[in-house]
Design a protein around this ligand. Sequence first.
Ligand code: OGA
Ligand code: NI
Length: 356
Amino acid sequence: MAPTTTTVADEAKVASIKTLTGAELNSVPSEYTYIKDPNDQADASDPEHSIPTIDFAQLTSSSPDLRSKAIQEIGRACEEWGFFQVINHGVPESLMKSMIEVCHKFFDLPEEEKKEFQSRKLLEPIKCGTSFNVAIDKVRLWRDFLKVIAHPEFHSLHKPADYSEVSLEFSKQTRQVATELLNGISESLGLEAEYIAKAMNWDRGLQILAANYYPACPQPDQAIGIPPHTDHGLVTLLIQNDMGGLEVQHNGKWVLVDCAPGAFVVNIGDQMQILTNDKYKSVWHRAVVNNRATRISIAVPHGPALDTAALPIPELLGGEAPKYIGMSYEEFMELQASPAAYMMPCLDHLRVKADN
Ligand code: OGA
Ligand code: NI
């Protein structure tokens, strides 16, 4: 009898991509087969195609000229790319590496020990799993994940031993960088630096440490790490080990993100697109896999407080009608994780209809 629904037992069959790839594997199993359009590949040789660079030291400089230059560059990057890399941010590269290492150690724990963190609850403080949502995924993703909420309340794991200490420091320092960037973004829109932080109750804002584990894949063209999606929050900061794989959509093409060692990759999320009434776009991106080595990335989405709804900022409308209705951030995240909106633009659910 063919099963029509996925049961917990089915889900448990492949607890992780780690288990699957631990065995000798020469091809991608059919549940994981994801064929990209051959015309839809990133062209690494295109020199026009690299994300802009923001010098954080300029943004935080005491020289008003340097600061305003950095703010202008942030504004341009947000409008033209929705993605940029941030250098000279002051977070030690050693801390970034340690964070990647402790996450790697977590993925390497025996499956038995990771089990207690498997959960279907969206805002579970500590949650690990495979794919995106195995109950509804049509194609399994070539990745395992660990998501830990680090703000407004810090949560942590006892194992691996260094996880707590390293992730606390990493989350604090990353949040500081995110706060400065948010204020810079606010100013780039002609608003007071703390306008967005205040409006979004940033002091109670959500920060998630979301680690992705993408093992080497025997046929990288036939699988996907994370399919095209946008991020739900305000700004996401991302780090990775020395394997690339993040691709960003730009002018209708996919661009492989090539960032400086120790840099943060930063992107605008859906809440920011709503606030700016589409001026700053929450850009589509995806994670591709490779056949050489395990890739680990840590995405750190920062969002509003869970009870707070983003609405187009009146000062930015300049006579335009607001394009979005409000929805609390928590409801928005639930919508994004629901089957109806699975990897579909959630923003469209909030968009004011033209004939309204
Ligand atoms: C994400 C994401 C990309 C990557 O976790 O939302 O887009 O490169 N990750 O791992
Ligand atoms: Ni993302």
